[in-house]
Design a protein around this ligand. Structure first.
Ligand code: ADP
Ligand code: MG
Length: 715
């Protein structure tokens, strides 16, 4: 089995008879962007064959004129009677008409803007023709404007069939495209099987079938042909990721074996002990870093699961080894918070190493000092924002990079920090639990550790789902809680009246609604609450300058403010452990994962916490009663579970994970055949298989059918 059997698919489309440079250019407009083209911009035959029909036209119905199904597609056997050339040209161009009959009655074929010679050649007087198109009653006569097909009777079988309908582009006809595709399919050789349990259809057969749908079912992703292609695509991706993971693990990197003493000191200074999951994640990280091979690991843990301590312990191991570790976080607030937390931990534990903060607002001499200390290697631990990846920052011996809230960074930013050292260990952390299948897809090149259990002593957040009309009740109870000294968040989907800003998850017709509980904007609420609770209330949103935002957060943290009105800016990472109440207005507008994240802002201490999800029950906002029901059903998933992984999975299965990170990031549909996010069951199956094969072959799959598969599907 060689690459040769695939070569045909990698030939330029100009290899197909009838495709010249011009058609190749037209095709390049059409074929999916995710398929990589040859450098010269000419699509290859594979690209053409991966362009599947999105519809079909059934021309199998034959009718007589007398029983013509009006407005529907049918084929008629007609005899050409006479021509009716345009009568007058005075008021624009008149159509050319051809009168035909079939022994039952007459029909007028109507042609606008067609050349007379062409019409006469297609429809000579007295000839019999099969004519396919839509007949209509017009001014007491039967008419057909622009028949789709006109052929002599001996070619009837070419008409009486199901025609695939392709997405097209200017300068290309459907039938032309179909012909090219059929030619290419005809020349396509059988290709060696790469699926471990081969389905009934081979790859080639599946492609052929996908291009000749016989009914609507054949157009669906569930059809056997498309299922095969979808699985092939996912399998190719998993082979690729497994190979990358395997190779990455072969790269030499700093060996970190020290740290026992400091980590022990740290643990002993804590007022609690690490959870089993924290212990295990730390053990996995330290085992990787001690291997002398490179670590690339994703630590996934729900909000409040205690990722920071795991990261700190890993960083301490590196510092104890005499090397450097950097923690990069997405915002100034978080950077300060983490640096402060870490400083306290170090102090409490009596660990003799420094930690510094490097953000955009660290200026002057302080900044220079940090740069120097990092370059000399005297400073081992640094926490910062993107400021860490500036070109002036250089490290003497950066061995570990920790990236918190990793999905907030672009791939480039994550990569940039990696280049600060030769093959450093990388620990990415995510507080957005995503389904296993999606992790395998988005982060399939990394190993994963999970923190599933919450630290002991935490009480699950009691969640209630209430209609928006009961918000007054909620506010009254909130008032009582504030009077008892509790802290609360009140989340609104918008900052201001005009719902066009980025804080709005689903810009909708809210601006027009009147009643006060409809306008769930942070500023309105802030003013209402201000009137009632006075200076106990603060406001933060994404449009505020970050300095101002931080100031308010600080006052919330210190307790000066007890009620924080906010948009989703508080979604990630912010840590005010003694906040116990979370109210979310218009909760149906948020994705489950976002809601879960928001809820995670409370329940971070041993106090009883609660979360109220207010949903809008008015059909004017949800477009139908059905939507209200599904909003309720969605929200009840949150009421019934506190496990982020379960929620993420439910979110994925319910609404295709539209809210899930990664889609937002990538924007573009990354697959040709599969949908995004891909079917979880297929991903898991493909991953298991790929992992086993890659390991068994020691990462070297060259010249096997699996390599063919990868080559076929990957850019
Ligand atoms: P996240 O995973 O969301 O980043 P953090 O690391 O910020 O969570 O931890 C949240 C809170 O939980 C912190 O206040 C931290 O001190 C506390 N914490 C971490 N680990 C434990 C533990 N094993 N037992 C009790 N509390 C813990
Ligand atoms: Mg965190």
């Amino acid at each position: 089995m060689t690459m040769q059997s695939l070569e045909y698919l990698f030939q330029p489309v100009t290899r197909i008879k009838g495709v010249g440079a011009a058609s190749a250019r037209t095709l390049s407009q059409l074929l999916p962007m995710q398929i990589q083209r040859r450098g010269d911009g000419v699509p290859i035959i594979r690209d053409l064959l991966f362009h599947l029909p999105t519809g079909l036209v059934d021309r199998r119905m034959v009718a007589t004129l007398e029983k013509a199904p009006l407005g529907q597609l049918a084929t008629y056997m007609l005899t050409v009677e006479s021509y009716l050339p345009p009568s007058s040209r005075r008021f624009g161009r008149q159509p050319f008409k051809v009168i035909c009959r079939d022994g039952t009655t007459d029909i007028i074929l109507v042609f606008f803007h067609a050349r007379e010679e062409w019409i006469k050649r297609m429809l000579p007087i007295g000839s019999r023709r099969a004519v396919s198109g839509v007949a209509e009653q017009f001014d007491f006569s039967l008419q057909m404007t622009h028949p789709d097909l006109i052929v002599p009777p001996d070619k009837l079988s070419e008409v009486l069939r199901v025609e695939p309908v392709y997405p097209l582009t200017a300068g290309l006809h459907g039938r032309q495209l179909e012909k090219l595709i059929q030619q290419a399919l005809h020349a396509l050789p059988e290709i060696p099987e790469w699926q471990p349990q081969p389905p009934a259809l081979s790859f080639t057969e599946a492609l052929r079938k996908a291009h000749l749908p016989q009914g609507e079912d054949d157009l669906l992703a569930t059809s056997p042909a498309r299922q095969r292609l979808i699985y092939d695509e996912i399998l190719a991706q998993q082979y690729d990721l497994s190979t990358k993971r395997y190779r990455m693990k072969q790269q030499p990197s700093s060996m970190v074996v020290a740290g026992d003493a400091w980590i022990k000191q740290l643990e002993q200074s804590l007022p609690f002990s690490l959870t089993d999951d924290q212990q295990q994640a730390l053990a996995e990280i330290r085992r990787d870093m001690a291997s002398g091979r490179r670590m690339l690991r994703l630590l996934q843990g729900d909000v409040g699961s205690g990722k920071t301590l795991v990261a700190l312990a890993a960083m301490l191991a590196v510092a104890a080894q005499g090397m450097q570790a950097a923690l990069m976080v997405p915002s100034e607030i978080l950077a300060r918070q983490h640096e402060c937390t870490i400083r306290n931990y170090l102090q409490e534990a009596g660990i003799a190493t420094e930690v510094a903060l490097l953000t955009g607002s660290v200026h002057g001499q302080k900044r220079t000092q940090i740069f120097e200390a990092l370059a000399e290697g005297t400073l081992k631990l640094v926490v910062g924002t993107q400021a860490l990846i500036q070109s002036q920052v250089s490290f003497a011996s950066l061995a570990l990079i920790v990236i918190d809230e990793q999905h907030r960074f672009g791939v480039n930013q994550r990569m940039a920090l990696r280049f600060k050292a030769h093959a450093p260990h990388v620990l990415q952390m995510s507080a957005t639990p995503i389904p296993r299948s999606l992790a395998m897809t988005l982060y399939g090149d990394m190993e994963c550790s999970f923190l599933r259990t919450k630290p002991l002593g935490r009480k699950p957040v009691v969640t209630r789902v209430l209609p928006q009309s009961r918000s007054k009740e909620v506010v009254d109870r909130l008032a009582a809680a504030l009077a008892r000294g509790q802290k609360a968040y009140w989340i609104c989907p918008w900052v201001e009246q005009a719902p066009q800003d980025d804080a709005a998850p689903a810009p909708a017709a809210v601006a027009s609604s009147q009643a006060d509980h409809d306008t769930a904007t942070a500023t309105t609420r802030f003013h209402e609450f201000k009137a009632r609770f006075h200076d106990k209330v603060g406001l933060v949103h994404g449009r505020m300058p970050s300095q101002k935002r931080e100031e308010v957060m600080q006052r919330f943290q210190s307790g000066e403010i007890q009620l924080l009105v906010a948009t989703t800016v508080v979604e990630v990472g912010v840590d005010v452990p003694d906040a116990t109440i979370m109210v979310i207005e218009q909760a149906q507008r948020f994705g489950l994962s976002t809601l879960h994240q928001l809820r995670g802002r409370v329940g971070r201490s041993s106090y009883e916490s609660s979360c109220v999800l207010l949903y809008d029950e008015k059909p004017s906002l949800a477009s139908s009663a059905g939507m209200v029901d599904s909003a309720m059903a969605r929200l009840s998933i949150l009421r019934d579970s506190n496990d982020g992984f379960i929620i993420a999975d439910a979110d994925l299965r319910q609404r295709g994970g539209g809210e899930i990170i990664g889609t937002r990031q990538s924007g573009q549909q990354p697959y040709v055949f599969a949908s995004f996010p891909p079917d979880p069951d297929l991903v898991i199956k493909a991953r298991d298989h790929a992992e086993a094969r890659v390991t068994a072959s020691s990462g070297n799959l060259s010249e096997t059918s699996e390599t063919l598969l990868m080559r076929l599907f990957l850019p």
